[in-house]
Ligand binder design. Structure first.
Ligand SMILES: Cc1ncc(COP(=O)(O)O)c(C=O)c1O
Length: 431
């Protein structure tokens, strides 16, 4: 049996110096089965992680999606190291910044100009600011996505302590795939709405014409459309979801797969909107945005994605995984609690409570049993270029065993007693 002693010891120490034990919400141990799965990772290579106790796992989180080529990718890391050796960051900007902007403009349909930053939250906020300044309007429509921790957005969520409550009044949220509610809001309040920001895919696929209709409605009503492509960008298609669905927003924000895990985010869009930033009073700036290691990593990542047809691989391997999981759900008769949804490059389990067993208890049980067998289960899959047939075979073999156990436990009603750790006690960032 695997043990997680060092993870647990480290968690206790980390809690003394870092609230929640880590600075990244989605990595905080409350989202994991404390005592029955790893809580900290020591190193990673390809698509495999090694935890503090020396246990190895196949990973599909890929650091919350950025690591599209695989961990410790030698070509990307060499490019980043060259950036470090050249001095990393200077008193003036480096030429690679415009080189990367040109590359992005070549790939991303809405991109006529580009700005870089470090976090997704930064560029989401920048995009909203450009839309408000351009339209002279205030309100923001959202479509159940996550757009970072800044006040303008987080005010509208339950995670809003310390944020002026008035800001929540400026956000109107809508369910994903519900075009009627979006149309109703626009009809009622178009003269107040500056912008609609959305993730083009949230777990489920968008219904046919959902995105096209949103594009039409926003265009007709002087509402700026922003696609938050943090997850879909350079994953669904090299040009992002906008290219995949052929629906072109006014602005789009990216991070994650852009630089294979190096910290870099990006705001891209039409000249008329982006050029507002030439007025120094329309402000978006980040001290570390021109840091060369990440920019060089991004240039190399984009080159490899195109050169090696990375996304074709990810779609193919992701499809095998998704189909395999669907077949196992059928085989073990667990479709009342488990579903697999979404596009192959970003498939998700939908877990439903059953007979007094909560979603988090079922998820914890799966996490515990998968961890024991060498798979870090987080409820979704971001396959990378490093995942090969062998990993898919291993993953499906593990899911086969774990779903069999799940079925038995659900039938006996003893799932809670079988938990060896503290069940997951938090929910992710999406509403
Ligand atoms: C869709 C989306 N938008 C925005 C963000 C915020 O990015 P960051 O955490 O880099 O600020 C995230 C982060 O996960 C995200 O998934």
């Amino acid at each position: 049996m695997r043990d997680y002693k060092r993870s647990l010891q480290h968690y206790e120490e980390a809690l003394k110096v870092i609230p929640m034990g880590t600075s990244t919400f989605s990595k905080n141990p409350n989202l994991f089965t404390i005592g029955a799965c790893p809580l900290f990772i020591k190193s990673a290579k390809g698509c495999r992680l090694t935890d503090l106790d020396g246990n190895e796992y196949i990973d599909y989180g890929m650091a919350l999606a950025p690591v599209i080529l695989g961990y410790a990718h030698s070509e990307v890391d060499s490019a980043a190291k060259a950036g470090i050796d050249e001095g990393l960051i200077f008193t003036l900007a480096c030429p690679e910044e415009a080189e990367l902007a040109s590359k992005v403009i070549e790939l991303v349909p809405c991109a006529e100009m580009v700005r870089f930053a470090k976090n997704g939250s930064d560029v989401c906020e920048g995009a909203i600011r450009l839309a408000r300044n351009y339209t002279g309007k205030l309100k923001v429509m959202t479509v159940n996505g996550y757009h970072g921790f800044h006040d303008w957005f987080i005010a509208s969520t339950p995670r809003n302590k310390g944020v002026p409550s008035v800001m929540a009044e400026w956000i109107i949220n809508h369910p994903f795939n519900d075009i009627d509610s979006i149309e109703a809001t626009i009809k009622k309040s178009a003269d107040e709405i500056a912008v609609l920001i959305m993730e083009p895919v949230i777990n489920y696929e968008p219904k046919p014409n959902f995105l096209k209709k949103i594009r039409e409605l926003t265009e007709q009503n002087n509402i700026i459309l922003i696609f938050d492509e943090m997850k879909t960008g350079f994953r669904l298609d090299v040009g992002g979801a906008q290219k995949y669905f052929n629906v072109i927003p006014d602005l789009a924000v990216y991070a994650k797969a852009l630089a294979n895990g190096y910290p870099l985010s990006m705001l891209a869009g039409s000249k008329k909107l982006m050029q507002q930033l030439e007025d120094e009073n329309c402000f978006l700036s980040a001290s570390y945005a021109t840091e060369k290691a990440s920019i060089k990593a991004a240039l190399t990542t984009l080159e490899i994605i195109q050169r090696d047809q990375v996304l074709a691989h990810i779609w193919r391997i992701g499809e095998r995984l998704k189909q395999g999981i669907a077949a196992l759900i059928n085989k073990h008769g667990v479709s009342s609690v488990l579903k697999i949804v979404g596009y192959p490059p970003m498939s998700h389990f939908i877990i439903t409570e059953s007979n007094g067993q909560t979603v988090n208890e079922i998820k914890s049980y799966m996490q515990q049993e998968c961890a024991e067998r060498g798979l870090l289960f987080i409820g979704y899959h971001h396959p990378s270029f490093a995942h090969q047939e062998k990993e898919i075979d291993q993953t499906l073999a593990i899911y086969d065993e774990v779903m069999k156990l799940l079925r038995q436990s659900l039938e006996k009603g003893d799932l809670k007693e079988k938990l060896k750790g503290r069940p997951i006690s938090a929910f992710g960032v999406r509403r």
